[in-house]
Design a protein around this ligand. Structure first.
Ligand SMILES: *[C@@H]1O[C@H](CO)[C@@H](O)[C@H](O)[C@H]1NC(C)=O
Ligand SMILES: *[C@@H]1O[C@H](CO)[C@@H](O)[C@H](O)[C@H]1NC(C)=O
Ligand SMILES: *[C@@H]1O[C@H](CO)[C@@H](O)[C@H](O)[C@H]1NC(C)=O
Ligand SMILES: *[C@@H]1O[C@H](CO)[C@@H](O)[C@H](O)[C@H]1NC(C)=O
Ligand SMILES: *[C@@H]1O[C@H](CO)[C@@H](O)[C@H](O)[C@H]1NC(C)=O
Length: 581
């Protein structure tokens, strides 16, 4: 194995966990250092091993100016859209005009570590597989961008949080970077990474912004991929648990919402391929359908183990769940075949991880179709999974029409060579009337159309039909990539993001209608994203931000949608931070 010769030169210093909250944070915030230390298996640290991992990634870009944490400057005053174009109107019924959100409704902006932090190689961080993929895999990222620098949120978070405080949203949902804390995924911790997140949390607490923290947003430490193939190996479960318990034990006091995983459905595409010659996995499972479902299996088990530990042993004070990637699948007609195809599509997306709300097992259609490809869950594992979420979290961006395959699902489900295997249905975003199902997003996000009524239907379907045991649902992400936004030569043109503004208005209207008209207990909504960021395979040209990022100056400028969302929450009784403008 390539990186096994453990050098013992402790160049990066033995790591004493700092008991103070921060470099310049508030002294009122303290962390449970002794509880966190329980989860440190050993403290060896090798600078050389870290250098080898980065050698595998290749040269990493740095920002020419911003290379340390920047103190915030006073916020400029903002102006929303001007007098010659009003806000986007609501298209929905009159009763909506007076409808109010329930008290305590959670709302705010979102991001994730690799997609926003930048400073990829700084302060002792180890690489994740996304550093490797974005650098080394040709055609991985449409515009050949990487997460090396981006908006440098890693150093500019104080300004970013000051802006959120002025905006007034009570929550902020983001993720912690596993390889910043454990550069090798396990073993030695990186003190600078810990101090950074100490500061980040202290800064949020200072402003009264509540963090909703994901422990994993796809950035598997590269060292664990090298050693055993990441999520295709059961060893990942314990390594993840050590990391996650370390973080929770340290920060639980300040974090009311934990997400064990962001969208485990990512196993679908992340594990369908491994770029040959780039990753060096010493495991027996090649890329493809086996790896997909094994990845999902260990993810589900890791989630369940952590969530049960959180409540039963650790006695955490917050709520814990995972975020589901789910789109609304509407049968194109009410024929038995189309209804069945829509059900299969739902089974293979959110049903796959639906165990916590059913009997803890995989859907029958997955078992029948996949046979031995789908790992089996023991009785004890099913019991562990059942009840392992405190609420349902849906990242629900869009909708599809689904129809039966010519020849039916059954022939396909028995034929692993069928190109539609294993979902065995056909989906489309073209409506029977010939229109797209909704206005299209940027061509870099060709899967995304604006379908506001879809979220209302989906919220009802999840809580009444798909998982009736769900008593409480949060829309943990929704958002839109404005078409051609990167093509504008001027920022003032780019920030008039009319389609995103319409999408945000329509989604919020329909989330509220789900509450007031359909009596779905929606308890939160988080908008993707706080600012433009790295959209994985679509790169940085496909922008999802509510603020525009100028990548040369690192300036963030609020877009029209930023104001539309805030006006919406004001009109409908959303709670704001006391310091809101
Ligand atoms: C820190 O955690 C330990 C172990 O979980 C616990 O016994 C102790 O009371 C905690 N200390 C504080 C100050 O919360
Ligand atoms: C990205 O890099 C690949 C490989 O070097 C190259 O073929 C491709 O044209 C580049 N794409 C863009 C958009 O620059
Ligand atoms: C299918 O049935 C549902 C419920 O009865 C109805 O609302 C919907 O309009 C029907 N769809 C089609 C395409 O006929
Ligand atoms: C399975 O699917 C492949 C690809 O569509 C097709 O060529 C083959 O005939 C199918 N086999 C059976 C038994 O239907
Ligand atoms: C909605 O969920 C919250 C959080 O679990 C709970 O406190 C509340 O009672 C629920 N409301 C209804 C109407 O079920």
């Amino acid at each position: 194995m390539m990186f096994s010769s453990a050098s013992r030169t402790l160049v990066l210093a033995l790591l004493t966990l700092g008991a103070s909250a921060s470099r310049g944070g508030t002294p009122t915030v303290s962390y449970n250092v002794s509880a966190a230390e329980t989860y440190l298996p050993n403290k060896d640290y090798s600078n050389e091993q870290l250098a080898l991992l980065w050698y595998q990634v290749g040269p990493v870009a740095t920002h020419p100016v911003v290379t340390a944490t920047v103190e915030p400057t006073p916020e400029p005053s903002w102006a929303g859209p001007g007098e010659f174009h009003p806000f986007v109107a609501s298209n929905y019924p009159e009763e909506l005009a007076v409808a109010k959100l329930p008290p305590g409704f959670n709302w705010g902006m979102t991001s994730s570590a690799y997609q926003l932090e930048g400073a990829a190689k700084d302060e002792g961080r180890g690489p994740s597989i996304w550093d490797l993929l974005s650098h080394r895999n040709p055609n991985q990222v449409a515009d050949n961008s990487t997460g090396d620098v981006l908006a440098q949120h890693y150093y500019l978070y104080k300004q970013d949080f000051q802006r959120l405080a002025k905006y007034g949203s009570p929550y902020y949902s983001t993720s912690i970077s596993w390889p910043r804390i454990f550069p090798f995924g396990k073993g030695p911790i990186n003190e600078a990474g810990i101090k950074h997140y100490d500061d980040v949390i202290a800064e949020l607490v200072k402003h009264g912004i509540k963090p909703a923290l994901s422990l994993f947003h796809w950035d598997t430490p590269l060292a664990l991929f090298n050693e055993y193939g990441g999520w295709t190996n059961p060893k990942i479960v314990d390594d993840y648990l050590n990391y996650a318990k370390f973080v929770i034990a340290r920060y639980d006091k300040h974090v009311p919402v934990w997400f064990t995983f962001n969208e485990p459905q990512y196993c679908n595409w992340q594990y369908s391929y491994y770029p040959a010659g780039i990753l060096y996995p010493s495991y027996g499972i090649g890329p493809g359908i086996n790896a997909r479902f094994i990845c999902g299996h260990y993810t589900l088990l890791a989630h369940a183990k952590l969530a049960k530990w959180y409540h039963n042993e650790f006695k955490g004070k917050g709520r814990i769940s995972f975020k589901n990637s789910g789109n609304y699948y509407q049968p194109v007609t009410n024929s038995t075949g189309d209804l069945e195809a829509a059900k299969r599509a739902t089974d293979f997306s959110i049903g796959w991880f639906g165990g916590p709300w059913t009997d803890g097992d995989y859907p029958q259609s997955l078992k029948d179709t996949l046979g031995e490809i789908l790992p089996t869950l023991s009785k004890a594992e099913k019991a562990l999974i059942k009840g392992s979420c405190d609420f349902y979290a849906l990242d629900g961006y869009t909708a599809f029409y689904v129809s039966e395959l010519p020849g039916g699902a059954n022939a396909c489900a028995r034929n692993r060579s069928d190109p539609n295997y294993p979902e065995c249905g056909s989906s489309s975003q073209v409506a029977p009337n010939g229109f797209s199902i909704g206005p299209a997003a940027d061509a870099g996000a060709s899967w995304l159309k604006s379908t506001p009524t879809g979220i209302r239907k989906f919220l009802s379907a999840i809580t009444k039909e798909i998982f009736p045991a769900v008593k409480d649902i949060v829309v943990s992400e929704f958002g839109f990539a404005e078409p051609f936004e990167s093509e504008y030569a001027s920022v003032p043109d780019a920030i008039w993001d009319l389609r995103r503004t319409d999408y945000i208005q329509g989604f919020l209207d329909n989330i509220l209608l789900a509450i007031t008209e359909d009596h779905v207990n929606v308890t939160g909504a988080y908008i993707w994203s706080i600012m433009d960021n790295f959209e994985w395979g679509s790169g940085i040209k496909t922008r999802f931000g509510m603020q525009y990022v100028s990548y040369d100056t690192l300036t963030r400028t609020p877009k029209a949608s930023w104001f539309q969302a805030r006006n919406w929450f004001k009109r409908h009784g959303g709670e704001f931070l006391p310091g809101a403008e």
